[in-house]
Write a protein that binds this ligand. Structure first.
Ligand SMILES: [Zn+2]
Length: 146
């Protein structure tokens, strides 16, 4: 067990109060969501420039995914031995499309799966566990498969 659990990037996400949340922003004019935070709106149909901090949470739908069959290059870190994992593109119900590592093995995933945002350990170093946001299938979690 690790003594200390730290986010891999401070300020990008948290799980205070139990629910995983991503910290991003939203355009005050057109409501386009951004993660990570954006200083300006990139919607070509929007002339607004005032951004509001916003947290994103909850469930979503797996829009697509890719499988990382080989270790990521530096500066990415991972636990050895490397285990292939899926990287999902998820449409959160709150309107944000976001990329994240999947908790479930690639063979278990299907486009269209309902997934939930979670904070999960990404790698371990110097007795510390570093976390990131990930997505987990709701059905697989209910079935207890891992
Ligand atoms: Zn906008």
């Amino acid at each position: 067990m690790s003594d200390e659990i730290l986010p891999c990037v401070p300020g990008l996400f948290d799980q205070s109060g139990g629910a995983a949340r991503l910290h991003g922003s939203r355009c005050a004019s057109c409501r386009t969501p951004y993660f990570p935070r954006s200083a300006e709106c990139h919607n070509p149909d929007c002339g607004g420039s005032r951004m509001e901090d916003c947290s994103f949470a909850g469930n979503g739908v797996l829009w697509s995914f890719s499988v990382a069959d080989f270790p990521p290059p530096p500066p990415h870190r991972y636990d050895k031995p490397f285990v292939p994992y899926a990287i999902g593109v998820v449409d959160l119900d709150c309107g944000l499309r976001v990329v994240g590592q999947m908790v479930d093995p690639p063979s278990a995933l299907r486009v269209g799966d309902t997934v939930e945002l979670v904070i999960s350990e990404l790698y371990h170093e110097d007795g510390k566990a570093f976390t990131s946001w990930k997505f987990r299938q709701l059905a697989a979690a209910a079935a207890g498969s891992e």
